[in-house]
Ligand binder design. Sequence first.
Ligand SMILES: Cc1ncc(COP(=O)(O)O)c(C=O)c1O
Length: 463
Amino acid sequence: MTAAASLNNGHPAAGIARARVQALLAREREHYANAHPRSRAMASRSAEHMMFGVPLHWMCDWGTPFALHVERARGAELLDVDGHTLVDFCLGDTGAMFGHSPPAVAQALQAQAVDGLTTMLAGENAAVVAAMLAERFGLPQWQFAMTATDANRFVLRWLRAATGRPVLLVFNGCYHGTVDDVFVDLVDGRPVHRASLLGQVHDLTATTRVVEFNDLAALEAALAPGDVACVLAEPVMTNIGMVLPDPGYWEQAAASIRRHGALLAMDETHTLTSGPGGYARLHGIDADAVVVGKALGGGMPCAAYGFSAELSERVQAAKRAAPPGHSGIGTTLTANLLAMAAMRATLDTFLRPEVFAPLHGRAARLAQGLEAAIRRHQLPWCVTQVGARTEFQFRALPPRNGSEAAAAMDAELEHALHLYFINRGVLITPFHNMMLVCPDTTDAHVDRLLGVFEAAIVELTGG
Ligand SMILES: Cc1ncc(COP(=O)(O)O)c(C=O)c1O
């Protein structure tokens, strides 16, 4: 997840008169404010003792006049505190990818809850979970974290230690959680700190190199000095809108990375929607390390990272060579008993091909419906689908890199559409236009989204 840029970033509103976007946004804001008195009261109360009026500051970046408050969430639906039911295509930005409170996970949590929550010691579930991860992702050795952010941070540390190299290479516009090292953008071809990053005093550009996705020549040039420890990447960029790899891109990129003695770490936190072993496994991309987070615990905070046999040897050698003491890796509650129970239930119940097949079918139905509406209204927008994940973007052709994807973003148009959807009982991911389906999402849910999408376009285009 990444917060959108400024509200009206100056672009004309992709095929829509700007004045219409602004009028719709104003009307929908008023509608929202009138329809959510209890959320408004809770937001006021929250503001008394919470900075920004929310538990985490970016919860106020949804584009609603005040934060929507949730009564409960089950399966593919949310009930807000004002009694509105919303079909949820955000699904906690993938954390609830297998539905809210899936019964198998809820039961495992209930059972574990009375037998110890955290001990700093492993139980039987740890070995079972690691074996299932090895089988699903095809990498033999695993460690755990509480969040995908931490998992990425730990992978980076291990890989720098294992290679003895300092540099991280990432793709422009990427997001891998709040790992400081990755917040370097390409601006006019030069690496600079992401402008929104707070409180960072170190020069990240000294040890982070950034290139555009799908640019093999730039990747090769960035690897050439021989100081890159690892390339950290999503196999498909998902956080700046979706950006698909060109055919054959990863095969050549992986070969180039290997040729220069660097390592490839695939962050599958979002692309897990492609299948029970993630996108890289499905598409035969040969990664040295894989990170999985968010949905891995069915909504409970937990994450894991896996290494190839060769990398795990190097990592263990680096640890053995270091003096005893703090490694900079791990947190006290990591791999706690409750998290392990959640991961075991999630892996066992959901990380199976037969669970993903219907999700992909439903996402394809959604993508086709969106495309048909866009064509009917002759809008210069496009739709991309990766597994259970679908995105519409305000440009005629899918972007090939982060810069193209960023240029197509229009926060004002997004806010108007998202608010229009919320006011009609549909929630999609803030900050861009991502829609995720879960096992509880029905065809009727998809039709509801398609209906409000069509209605919004009709209003915005005037028919
Ligand atoms: C690809 C990717 N990796 C890592 C993360 C970080 O996940 P978390 O916020 O759960 O630490 C995110 C969050 O959006 C993500 O999209």
